[in-house]
Ligand binder design. Structure first.
Ligand code: ZN
Length: 171
């Protein structure tokens, strides 16, 4: 098991479309396990493979952050096949530290994908769980949640993050 490094906004891989997983081999199983461990340690409620420098379609979501094993979903090649309603709530991302913004997402989504044994699974999710899946699947398209904000808000956030990074490097 290993804690992986989480890439931050500005890294090119976070802006790239991830490739489908063609074969669920040991490497994928190990990566999924490390991603779950990294997500719990962060702590966060979701993590997508591109955030740990792997450009493949693999995500982990757990709203309980490890408290309840029934709430952990590890999905390969996930896609939203249905969505309905709209709900606005605050959202953040492990790759955009310290930034939380209100964002509209579907209230309900149906997600299809495969588990680590290659079985097809379908999950109907509402509210926060729907938001977590939509957020993680966005990562696989190279989209961060701040990319969904208005251009003005996005540039304000990018400037703020840039200043913070400069502070860190001049310390
Ligand atoms: Zn994220």
């Amino acid at each position: 098991m290993a804690i992986l490094k989480i890439l931050k906004v500005g890294h090119p891989l976070l802006a790239q479309k991830a490739s489908p997983v063609e074969d669920i081999n040991q490497e994928i199983v190990d990566l999924a396990r490390d991603m779950v461990e990294t997500m719990y340690q962060a702590p966060g409620v979701g993590l997508a493979a591109p955030q740990v420098n792997k450009g493949i379609r693999l995500i982990a979501v757990d709203l309980s952050v490890g408290e309840n094993k029934d709430e952990l979903f590890v999905l390969i090649n996930p896609e939203i096949v249905e969505e309905s309603g709209k709900i606005t709530a605050e959202e953040g991302c492990l790759s955009v530290p310290g930034i939380y913004e209100k964002l509209e997402r579907p209230e309900r989504v149906v997600v299809k994908g495969y588990d680590l044994k290659g079985r097809e699974i379908t999950i109907e999710a509402r509210d926060l769980l729907a938001r977590a899946f939509a957020h993680e699947i966005d990562h696989l398209e190279g989209r961060l949640f701040i990319d969904r904000l208005s251009p003005l808000k996005k540039s304000l956030i990018k400037n703020r993050l840039k200043k913070e990074q400069e502070k860190v490097t001049t310390r």
